[in-house]
Design a binder for this molecule. Structure first.
Ligand code: SAH
Length: 256
């Protein structure tokens, strides 16, 4: 292990000796803000080639370069879990994106529904949040953010092999425990969270009729959309996700 603490998300492929020209923003951050210099060591990842220790080989005000030294973590995949949600207010949407990365969602799928109040979600901004969250939390993966799409359209072309865990505020007392549901099908899943206004009667009828949709209650209180997203991600990860990694698995990874 190295003592390098800064983690940078880069676009280039990573490999022994690979040189990594820095973007202006990265150079400013590393040399202007963090006061790193030639010879400093940082960690880099790109979502594909694991994590690498890299050394600063050139440090300028607006540019700079790194060279890969050695791999510190092998690439690994994420459990096949998507998060579908209707954008809410900006700060709350940012929170959902950040938590989806920290909690290991493999894809972030913004949807518009009948009662969605924020119709826009800047995909480039969301992707920048994904990168920042991944840098900060030690993630090796960069979940893809899809373009916002109407829920009805997504459901019409849905692959039935992927179950939908529908966070349904009206399901309290009528739906099986989440753990039982998830254990029923360890395949791919998508979590579905509604907007502040919830789902419309027509959307509820459609969702209830689909064989791959499982309505789930997240307790007896009405949660805000961002709380519901977080709770559903946590419950799914604890039942089926990569939280089950043993200390031995982690040690083997760190030693590799
Ligand atoms: N306005 C709605 C609440 C919407 S809360 C109403 O008062 O009925 C936003 C979203 O969070 C919901 O659409 C649902 O997906 C999720 N949610 C909130 N509380 C929940 C609960 N107790 N169980 C399951 N899902 C919940």
């Amino acid at each position: 292990m190295s003592s390098a603490k800064i983690r940078l998300c880069v676009d280039q492929p990573l490999g022994p000796g690979q040189s990594l020209p820095l973007s202006e923003a990265q150079a400013h951050y590393l040399f202007g803000v963090m006061r790193e210099a030639v010879g400093s060591r940082v960690l880099v990842f790109n979502g594909r080639d694991g994590e690498w220790l890299a050394e600063v080989t050139e440090a300028g005000k607006r540019k700079g370069s790194l060279a890969c030294v050695a791999q510190t973590k092998a690439q690994r995949g994420l459990p096949d879990l998507w998060l579908m949600f209707a954008p809410v207010k900006k700060a709350r949407t940012d929170f959902i994106v950040e938590k989806a990365v920290e909690l290991g969602a493999a894809r972030i799928v913004p949807i518009s529904t009948e009662y969605t109040n924020a119709e826009r979600l800047r995909r480039d901004k969301a992707e920048a949040h994904v990168r920042e969250a991944a840098e900060q939390c030690g993630a090796l993966n960069l979940p893809e953010v899809t373009e916002i799409a109407p829920l009805a359209k997504l459901l019409a072309g849905w692959d039935p092999a992927r179950r939908i865990l529908w966070a349904d505020e009206d399901a309290a007392g009528q739906s099986p425990a989440l753990a039982a549901l998830v254990a029923e099908a360890p395949g791919p899943w998508a979590i579905l969270i509604g907007p502040e206004g919830g789902f419309s009667p027509a959307e509820r009828v459609e969702l209830r009729a689909l064989p791959f949709v499982r309505p789930v209650a997240l307790g007896p209180r009405i949660l805000r959309a961002e709380t519901a997203a977080l709770a559903a991600l946590v419950l799914w990860q604890a039942a089926l996700g990569d939280w089950a990694q043993t200390p031995e698995d982690a040690a083997a990874e760190a030693g590799s």
